[in-house]
Write a protein that binds this ligand. Sequence first.
Ligand SMILES: Cc1cc2nc3c(=O)[nH]c(=O)nc-3n(C[C@H](O)[C@H](O)[C@H](O)COP(=O)(O)OP(=O)(O)OC[C@H]3O[C@@H](n4cnc5c(N)ncnc54)[C@H](O)[C@@H]3O)c2cc1C
Length: 442
Amino acid sequence: MPTALPEKVETLVLGAGLAGLSTALHLGPGADALILEKLPHVGGKACTERIGEFLFDVTGHWLHLRDPGIKALIERLMGLDAFYKVDRISRIWSHGVYTEYPFQANTHGLPPAVVHECLMGAIEAARARPEGAIRPEDEPENFADWIRFYFGEGIARHFMVPYNARLWGVPADEITSRWCQRFVPKPDLSDIVAGGVGLNALKMGYNAHFLYPKTGGIQTVSEALADAVGRDRIHLNTAVASLDLSARVAHLTDGRTLRFDHLVNTMPLTSLVKSTANVPDAVRAHAGRLRATPVTYFNVGVRGTLGVRDHWVYVPEADWPMYRVGSFSNAVPSMAPPGHGSLYIELSDRETPPEALKPRIVEGLIAMGFLESADQVLFMEARHIPNAYVIYDFHYHESRAAVHEWLAAQGASSIGRYGDWNYSSMEDALIDGRRAAERLAG
Ligand SMILES: Cc1cc2nc3c(=O)[nH]c(=O)nc-3n(C[C@H](O)[C@H](O)[C@H](O)COP(=O)(O)OP(=O)(O)OC[C@H]3O[C@@H](n4cnc5c(N)ncnc54)[C@H](O)[C@@H]3O)c2cc1C
């Protein structure tokens, strides 16, 4: 039985992921705002699934809080005592050995010929770069060129180019470098050389520490937000089928309609355009050029202790069907029952049916030292994320901007990782919601 909806609402929010929840929360308790969510639960990608006594997020969902307002919000809703502060343990597995993250600053331990190639490449790249500070406009736009510009041929060949192609699902020269400023650590030459001879103790990158709920998985954050919004303002199992932005009406899949003054969308930008009436052909064409990579992953329950302590490990080599192996229970033991471990395995092979990849993945887990034997695997369940990573190809910036410009002219905004169509974090989704609420209030 669907919950009763009003005929009209001042602000309609599509999606009860973090961006949608944050929008409603920041609009305040007095605002006439409603969230429609097609799934039976809140949280969107920030949700947790139970398999037996194991808890699994949609692969690793580690919380990085840098914005003081968002940190204060989480503290107010849950108290920071509800979280562990975890120091990242993360390495790269290639050439049959582990090296520290990030690869470019830690090649020590690889075969000497590989270390030599990486260091010489980095030295040549440094020599070829212009002297002094490099302005963003002087950086190569093509991501493959950007990698060689900063790190040289060896680091490109042994990690950066193959790993990124496996993650993004497209070759590095098909994407631009504009996404990577915040996510790819850029050690200078002296750090690269120090890392080649084993002298680097630096914890680099945006994710050197993270927060994670002590119990219940990342879903507890989404639930706390939903409680603060008010459950009566969130309609679950209620999907929008189509929208008319000039008539300001949403048609639901169950045949009902809801009128609104303002729309804040968080479903994928491409889906929004597809389900909206009277979109000009040029805008539809731009939306048609926006691409995203799907990811299939396995949730794995393991009997016994895992032989590797890492929270996640990058796998750049094409011999293996997975690009990353992570462990929830290594970060927070309550994610698995006592005496057990849990893993998530993200697949780079997007062609072969996942079931057929299981034997090779288990071989990899044994080779990597996570498992001693295949009979430790209690279950391996595949899950799929249709638009996991939006692709920053050479149409991306122009096409995304054109779609947003048209939506803004209709008085609608589209926010969050998929609504805005970008590569961003849970905290960004919360910030997006806050900004959307501020714009509406302003
Ligand atoms: C593989 C992976 C790993 C990640 N790891 C991390 C990490 O470690 N740390 C981190 O900070 N971030 C991580 N993220 C990013 C994080 O998941 C997102 O930034 C954040 O959860 C996005 O929230 P959102 O509200 O924008 O989108 P979503 O969570 O996608 O929410 C959108 C909501 O809209 C709903 N919806 C869609 N269509 C309709 C419709 N027609 N009608 C009604 N509702 C609809 C959906 O069901 C969904 O609930 C990761 C993402 C992925 C894919």
